[in-house]
Design a binder for this molecule. Structure first.
Ligand SMILES: Nc1ncnc2c1ncn2[C@@H]1O[C@H](COP(=O)(O)OP(=O)(O)OP(=O)(O)O)[C@@H](O)[C@H]1O
Length: 309
């Protein structure tokens, strides 16, 4: 277990920013913290980093207690806040050299590492330009370069793609995937559901300081959509196919969808659907399980909350 919290809570006066959070994140996972503004994501991150003290419960990151061992933790955990501060008049290289010094990396070793992380982030050519001349995307990449400089085992990113254009955001997500391939554990917070869906193994949805839903994206989808599986197929025009599909066990809806059909079932019955199409004399052109987007999951969840209230 790389990140673990037990009943972790934080109150600011009467405001409960985080309440009884139980989080378990394994080595090499990419975990997404999702939730509306003010739902407790940043506060959670700050507690994991030892930058703010919990009012209750506890956290462990790589086995370290952020309250008692913040320095051991800081050496192994990289943090990219939502806005990174660099010295604008210094070059990218100089900024990283400064960070290396602060982290006690010996100068000769720092040289090699700085060159490598700048190269990796596609910033070699801009290495000797003042950071004040960098675009938002370049700054963000420099931020990740700085995080990687200390060769962390865990990387925590707060809204890492905020303000990036779609292409820069995609490139950044690609870099996050690479971290995972290297076995680095990644925790990231975001409002951008599609991006979270593209890169995270699991997500946790925060609502008013509580973790209200947690799991793999498709598991969450099943749960919020009432356990339904959506299957889409194309089989050309086959007499009576819809009727045959409608009576299959567990099917509760069949409807036309463009050139094909969409059905909702209680289980993933794709093999049965395939057989039915063939038996009806149809030709199966496509058959897939549709995973609802995280946007839909999110919208449905808050709809239900409002409804219940
Ligand atoms: N230093 C503080 N003092 C008082 N209240 C705070 C402080 N920091 C956060 N809060 C409150 O705690 C709650 C959770 O805030 P937090 O910043 O953790 O949310 P968030 O999910 O990160 O939101 P965002 O997406 O806007 O960054 C909010 O109600 C916020 O106003």
């Amino acid at each position: 277990m790389v990140i673990q919290t037990h009943e972790l809570s934080k109150r600011y006066g009467r405001v409960v920013a985080v309440q009884d959070l139980n989080l378990h994140i394994e080595a090499g996972e990419v975990f997404g913290l999702l939730g509306p503004n003010g739902s407790g994501k940043t506060t959670t991150i700050l507690m994991l980093l030892g930058l703010t003290e919990p009012s209750g419960g506890w956290a462990r990151v790589l086995g370290f207690d952020p309250v008692r061992e913040p320095l051991s933790l800081k050496r192994r955990v990289g943090y990219l806040p939502d806005s990174v501060g660099f010295y604008g008049e210094l070059t990218a290289w100089e900024n990283l050299a400064y960070t290396a010094r602060l982290n006690g990396i010996p100068p000769r070793e720092a040289e090699g590492r700085i060159g490598a992380v700048l190269e990796r982030m596609g910033l070699s050519e801009a290495a000797h330009r003042p950071v004040a001349t960098f675009s938002r995307g370049m700054r963000q990449r420099l931020g990740l370069a700085e995080v990687l400089l200390k060769q962390p085992q865990v990387v925590i990113l707060d809204e890492p793609t905020l303000g990036l254009d779609p292409e820069a955001a995609q490139a950044f997500l690609g870099m996050i995937r690479q971290l995972k391939e290297e076995g680095i554990t990644v925790l990231l917070s975001s409002h951008l559901l599609q991006q979270v869906q593209a890169v995270c193994d699991r997500v946790g949805l925060f609502h008013r300081g509580k973790l209200v839903l947690e799991g793999k994206v498709n598991e969450l989808a099943q749960r919020v959509l009432g356990g339904a599986y959506r299957i889409r197929l194309e089989a050309g025009a086959v007499e009576g196919l819809a009727e045959r599909l409608r009576v299959l066990p567990g099917v509760n809806r069949v409807e036309p969808d463009g050139a094909g059909m969409r059905l909702e079932a209680a289980q993933d019955i794709r093999p049965l659907v395939a057989r039915t199409v063939l038996e009806a004399g149809g030709e199966l052109r496509s058959l897939s399980l549709e995973i609802p987007s995280l946007d839909e999951v999110y919208a449905r969840y808050f709809q239900e909350v409002r409804h219940a209230a």
